[in-house]
Design a protein around this ligand. Structure first.
Ligand code: ZN
Ligand code: ZN
Length: 240
């Protein structure tokens, strides 16, 4: 197992996913993961839970089946301005924020628009991870944006789900990893699992990383301690 923490997972609160948080954690535990981030879709997408889902996550325990649970969200980047669809009051309460471009929210975008969106999103202090930038539908100026992500401490995501289901994603991902390797830009490898048995399973990402000789030290979530430290530093009052 490459990763200790799967930092992009969905529960059935997103209606196109099929497992509960308890089921996700049970499998994460079985597979030897130390943590997962629960990152259901924010309300800009049609399958998203009600906003109360995000407001009420404090009722969940810190760990389920011995697996730490980061209470987070997958935000929608809403356009070339790089805004996201959650207000600051609630963003402040999120322990982990993935921010992604989704077709149902932004439709088609050209490379200039995507580059602009990412450069602006890079400056948002609440975003932890840029979700699935390997989507071939949204090309962007990689060198420029990846350097901005590093500068603003955003982690760049290798997304197993997209490698499996989106043709052309592996090629984009390889290009992205080459640039990340060249400039020592940290990444995370996540499943974006929509079913419990897929949590933590990243064989395609692992293969790609191995083939490219990508340094494991740059894959931040191979160490839960590293991620844990990051979350505690960012949310000293929130994360206990
Ligand atoms: Zn997504
Ligand atoms: Zn997702």
């Amino acid at each position: 197992m490459l990763i200790e923490a799967d930092l992009h997972t969905h529960t059935c609160a997103s209606t196109h996913a099929y497992s509960t948080i308890k089921e996700n954690c049970r499998y994460a535990s079985r597979y030897g993961l130390k943590a997962i981030a629960m990152t259901d879709h924010m309300i800009g997408t049609q399958d998203a839970p009600h906003i109360w889902h995000f407001e009420n996550m404090k009722c969940l325990p810190r760990a389920i089946s011995g697996v730490y649970v980061l209470k987070g969200v997958e935000l929608n980047i809403t356009g070339s301005g790089g805004g996201v669809d959650m207000d600051e009051t609630l963003l402040k309460k999120m322990e982990w924020c993935v921010a992604s471009l989704h077709h149902s929210v932004v439709g088609e975008m050209d490379a200039d628009a995507v580059t602009s969106a990412y450069l602006h999103a890079a400056e948002n202090p609440y975003i932890d991870v840029i979700g699935h930038p390997i989507n071939p539908a949204y090309p962007f100026d990689m060198e420029k944006c990846l350097k901005a992500f590093k500068e603003h401490d955003k982690l760049v995501e290798v997304n197993e789900n997209m490698l499996v289901y989106r043709s052309g994603a592996a090629k984009v991902c390889a290009e992205m990893l080459r640039i990340c390797k060249k400039y020592e830009i940290p990444v995370v490898v996540d499943t974006d699992a929509h079913y419990c048995e897929l949590v933590g399973m990243v064989p395609r990402s692992e293969k790609l990383i191995e083939e490219l000789g990508f340094p494991i030290g740059l894959v931040e979530n191979t160490s839960w301690d590293k991620i844990h430290e990051r979350v505690r530093a960012k949310h000293p009052d929130l994360y206990i």
